[in-house]
Design a protein. Structure first.
Length: 677
């Protein structure tokens, strides 16, 4: 009985046959799911489409939460929420008995449905348009690839399972063998190649469905991610055969050899794929990228800025640059809070001093460089926007700006703030807090008619073609080390021009020549393995990516692949916002000494700590885990394996070391223990 119960627990916890079918259409309710494929399932084009639809919510980012997808860069050096993340504190992140990210539900169900559909298709048992059926099959492969990429970022080495497995203990335990991370990346790329073979070009004119171009762009992202990781973590336990790699202790990985012969060859393999894939998309879309006028509309008679509008529109059909997006509408019965958040302090999502200072001046030079006509100042938010990178100019909010000027009479009592106020940095209310004093307008429309009572319909962008140009620039430079190689300069100048730069500022060489890396220490992207980059070209490639993709949810992915957090181990980092003390902005608030005395009731950080607002140093009591700033542990680059999974797969159900699984670097194998290093 004990053995039977253990098998049952494993069947429920691991990779067992996909009985939990995700419903997206009524046909899925015709018969109860079972371990035998119901005869009515997956025999029509509509059923295959519904199967793909059921997994879309797992790949399309949701505008859930306060500031939607624009808030997902929180807890990086770009953005800060009202509270900090435990991964930057000592002892807060611990190994658990469970870990919700070690979840096989979606992968298991994709495998189950995809394999059943493929079997039906090969036997010509699916009725409908063959082109459509094939496209929906291709979507399944992209959806599975996306799920595996999420796990690659979280876990590194990971089991590769392509079937829904039966409840056989030996099979289930064997399936837990963790494949080296580069093999996982190769598997993902293979899935994307297969997807492209199945899918059709221009299948969905609105681009709310996955396309071959989406698969190719995702391929460039994943290949660049893995090449970067292998490069920056080389000779560490975080790469196969690196010093201390835990996979070496398991017999199935003990003699592992890279398919290409060495880690250097493997890096080149992924970089070449990243370059080729990115170039394919870049060449196709480079002429149609949306251009930033640099102007922010302030009345209904002002001309629209198409670049600004792209991020706040409810329908992305007219923006060819947007390759995939998620729709919100009253007809669909789904809405979000993006529009209302933008007009109410971004619901506590603040922009950091680091991000603001990382943007260039309008002449293409860093803020500290010699400028002929103007100098950088952050004495006011208006000053910080003046003569800057046009992307910052339009997206950084300024007190006194008009927040709403369209359809003003359509909604009453929806709590819109019509004129942007001075940031209320001492308000702790979730919908009013200005965490850092700096806030973004990315995602806004100025249209009261599109949102009210916390209900709006701002579309969520999943993939943009501009990323392909950025991926190419970085991958090609990593391959060759030459700014003049391939299309690097061409693509970089296209990005600069469409960002709104003019004249000589379009040429990135202006920026590179004027860069002093020792003055870029606030930018985590300036570091790899705890050291400032010695190469100003590589740094500015990273800078360009940061500025173009700000608030689009890719910052954390970039930081970990660049290994850009080691330096926090040697010197704690303080998240800072706007220049509060010693500037005219200090007079906005009339704070007294009691407001910044470091007590539990303090409203702001003390000027003795910094002239810049430090949102996590208001309360300097011992209970504040971040009063001394952010720190880092190497283990935190990956998730800790849950102890339950070791026990479920152990031959005696109690000994962690008898499991085919192994713990990630510097994480212990005892629950409730924090990182070793």
């Amino acid at each position: 009985m004990k053995m039977k119960n253990n098998i049952l627990r494993k069947a429920l916890s691991l990779f067992v046959l996909g009985a939990t079918l995700a419903a997206c259409d009524d046909f899925l309710d015709k018969e109860p799911p079972s371990y035998v494929v119901p005869e009515e399932y997956y025999r029509s084009e509509e059923q295959v489409q519904a199967s793909a639809n059921s997994f879309y919510t797992d790949v399309l980012p949701s505008h859930g939460g306060d500031y939607g997808t624009f808030g997902t860069d929180n807890n990086t050096d770009n953005q800060a929420g009202r509270s900090a993340d435990g991964k930057y504190a000592v002892g807060e992140w611990k190994v658990g008995m469970g870990n919700s990210n070690w979840d096989w539900g979606v992968i298991r169900n994709i495998n189950y449905q995809l394999n059943t559909i493929l079997d039906r298709y090969e036997n010509k048992e699916i009725a409908g348009n063959d082109k459509n059926i094939r496209h929906y099959i291709g979507e399944h492969y992209v959806l599975r690839a996306y799920q595996y990429f999420k796990r690659l970022q979280q876990w590194g080495d990971f089991p590769i399972v392509t079937e829904a497995l039966p409840d056989n203990e030996a099979i289930l335990v064997a399936a837990n063998k963790r494949m080296p991370r580069n093999e996982v990346a190769r598997f993902i790329l293979d899935d994307l190649d297969t997807a492209v073979e199945y899918m059709s070009e221009n299948f969905d004119a609105r681009r709310t469905r996955i396309s071959p171009d989406v698969a190719v762009l995702l391929k460039s992202r994943i290949a660049l991610f893995e090449a970067s990781w292998l490069t920056n973590f080389k000779d560490t336990p975080f790469v196969p055969n690196g010093e201390g790699w835990p996979g070496k202790a398991k017999d199935y990985n003990a003699n592992y050899q890279y398919p290409s012969g060495s880690i250097d060859n493997e890096i080149r393999y992924f970089l070449e794929i990243a370059v080729a894939s990115a170039e394919m998309i870049a060449e196709k879309y480079k002429g149609g990228l949306v251009k930033n006028t640099g102007a922010i509309p302030q009345s209904a008679t002002d001309p629209e800025n198409p670049y600004f509008k792209m991020f706040g529109n409810i329908d992305m059909t007219d923006f060819a640059e947007v390759l995939l997006w998620r729709e919100y509408s009253q007809a669909l019965g789904i809405q979000n809070q993006v529009e209302t958040s933008i007009n109410r302090g971004n619901m506590g999502v603040g922009v950091t001093r680091s991000l603001v200072e990382g943007f260039l001046m309008a002449d293409g030079k860093p803020i500290y460089a010699q400028h002929d006509d103007y100098q950088f100042s952050d004495a006011t938010i208006a000053d910080a926007r003046k003569n800057r990178d046009p992307r910052l100019t339009i997206f950084l909010k300024e007190p006194g700006q008009t927040n709403v000027f369209l359809n003003m009479d359509d909604r009453i009592g929806d709590m819109f703030v019509t004129i942007e106020p001075n940031p209320d940095i001492s308000n702790g209310a979730p919908d009013r807090a200005y965490t850092t004093g700096y806030t973004l307008r990315k995602g806004g429309t100025f249209n009261r008619g599109l949102a009210g009572n916390n209900k709006g319909y701002t579309a969520s962008i999943t993939f943009r073609a501009t990323e392909a140009l950025l991926n190419y620039i970085e991958a090609q430079y990593m391959l060759t080390g030459s700014l003049a190689s391939g299309r690097i300069l061409d693509y970089w100048m296209i990005i600069r021009e469409k960002a709104g730069f003019e004249g000589a500022a379009i040429n990135p060489q202006i920026t590179i020549t004027a860069t002093d890396i020792t003055k870029e220490k606030l930018d985590w992207g300036a570091y790899t393995a705890g050291q400032l980059l010695a190469d100003p070209v590589l740094y500015n490639i990273r800078r360009e990516r940061r500025c173009e993709l700000m608030a689009e949810g890719l910052r954390w992915m970039d930081l970990i692949r660049w290994r850009s957090l080691d330096q926090l181990k040697a010197e704690n980092y303080h998240i800072e916002g706007f220049h509060l003390w010693g500037t005219p902005m200090e007079d906005w608030f009339n704070f007294t000494a009691a407001d910044y005395n470091g007590s539990s009731s303090a409203k702001v950080s003390s000027p003795e700590l910094s002239q810049y607002l430090r949102p996590y140093q208001k309360n300097m009591g011992s209970g504040n885990l971040y009063r001394d700033g952010y720190t880092w542990h190497m283990a935190h680059y990956l998730q800790p394996m849950p102890i339950t999974q070791f026990l479920l797969t152990s031959s005696d159900y109690t000994s962690v070391e008898l499991s085919p699984l192994y713990q990630n670097p510097y994480w212990p194998t005892t629950s409730e223990q924090s990182a070793i290093q």
